[in-house]
Ligand binder design. Structure first.
Ligand SMILES: [Zn+2]
Length: 394
């Protein structure tokens, strides 16, 4: 798997870096402990005693531990293959992480050509097939030594399974990326991305259905596991589809194109109750710039900060009459602002990260407009309507 959409989910949880290769931090997410423990346990108590009877308990656990470690080594090898070809095409690899469903190489950006996408994707399953051959050779050489043969045999088959599993043509699996590269080559990027998201979700539902079937035919845990994988793949495919749509719609549009060039200004001494009655209640705006920070009546046209509907609603209503706007405003120096030439997509990302609804737009330190979430949503809706009704949109 090599999936960019995981980045958010993974960085939110705790990740531990183990080593660095080609400048890429390689590590694991804490969810990985669970799968590592589960795999070692099932190898030591189920798989190995069946495949190699008459060994001791210590030998089973040793074999299981070796097999588990090398299995996750194989997953890293698979991800490194993706990373190697991504780097070769000038794409930065942010990190390689092991987590509960396997491994992920986080690419900083999407491949720029279908060929690049194809090579980066196919490198994973090929590397796993090579690893399978390698472990099979070890198995042949060490046949008479159970401590070597048992893990080697398991690793040969699991790597082969890894290669085949990843070739399933459902995004974000490698097979889905290969499919996307092919559709991209013949039909263009947008159709390819939609097709990838759709097939990804179909495959995900397939996993879930098969998991339910397995659960009811007595194989409860494997069934449950398949359902989890299906659920995970479905989320990833859907998220990628949405992201791709957003990228396509917002594309290279700069903030200046959507920002509102006008704004409301209120006096810093205006009580919040007045602000609500005279402005907010009439739906004028969700944010107000504050001038006249002083106590006197001296004319002061400088903007000192901004007060938003969110600021007001976090103030107890009894206090509205006695609290002036300047008291709850965000001071000018502390406002998160943006420049007019920045692409909309970056602006949206900033609003998401900082959890704010508007960005004052500053050009050379001067306020030139405000970009709000509503601006962006309106624009996305307009583009969507335009596309579905067949109108040409710029
Ligand atoms: Zn892969």
């Amino acid at each position: 798997m090599s999936n960019c959409e995981l980045e958010k989910a993974l960085t939110m949880n705790q990740s531990v870096q183990v080593f660095k290769i080609w400048g890429i931090p390689v590590g694991y997410n804490t969810t990985w402990y669970l799968i590592f423990g589960l795999l070692t346990w099932s190898l030591a108590t189920g798989y190995m005693p069946t495949a190699y009877p008459e060994l001791s308990l210590v030998q089973y656990w040793t074999i299981a531990l070796i097999a588990s470690l090398f299995f996750f080594g194989s997953v890293i090898f698979h991800e490194l293959a993706h990373a190697f070809f991504a780097l070769r095409d000038g794409i930065k690899v942010n990190r390689i992480t092991l987590f509960i469903f396997g491994g992920v190489a986080e690419l900083d950006e999407e491949p720029k050509t279908p060929l690049s996408e194809f090579i980066i994707a196919v490198a994973g399953p090929i590397s796993s097939a090579i690893a399978a051959g390698f472990f099979y050779a070890i198995y042949l050489i060490g046949q008479n030594y159970p401590l070597v043969a048992a893990p080697a045999q398991y690793l040969a088959s699991i790597n082969l399974l890894l290669a085949v599993f990843n070739l399933i043509p459902g995004f974000p699996l490698d097979g889905g990326r290969i499919l996307r590269a092919a559709v991209w080559y013949f039909k263009g990027y947008n159709i390819a991305t939609k097709a990838a998201a759709t097939t990804g979700q179909i495959v995900a539902y397939g996993f879930i259905a098969f998991g339910v079937f397995r659960m009811f035919s007595g194989d409860f845990f494997n069934g449950l596991w398949l359902i989890f994988i299906g659920w995970f793949l479905n989320n990833a495919a859907a998220a990628h589809g949405q992201q791709a749509n957003l990228n396509q719609v917002l594309g290279d549009v700069p903030v200046s194109r959507l920002m509102r060039p006008t704004w409301h200004t209120v006096d810093g001494n205006l009580p919040i109750s007045k602000l609500v009655d005279d402005y907010v209640i009439k739906g004028d705006s969700r944010y107000y710039f504050v001038k006249n920070n002083g106590y006197g009546y001296e004319e002061d046209e400088h903007l000192h900060g901004m007060v938003t509907v969110t600021d007001i609603s976090s103030l107890a209503q009894q206090a509205w009459k006695i609290t002036p706007a300047k008291q709850i405003m965000t001071a000018w120096e502390k406002l998160i602002t943006i420049s007019p030439s920045v692409p909309l997509l970056d602006a949206v990302r900033q609003m998401d990260e900082k959890n704010i609804n508007q960005l004052p737009v500053l050009d050379d330190g001067n306020l030139v407009g405000v970009l709000t979430r509503e601006n962006v949503l309106h624009y996305i809706r307009m583009k969507a309507d335009g596309n579905s009704s067949g109108l040409a949109t710029a």
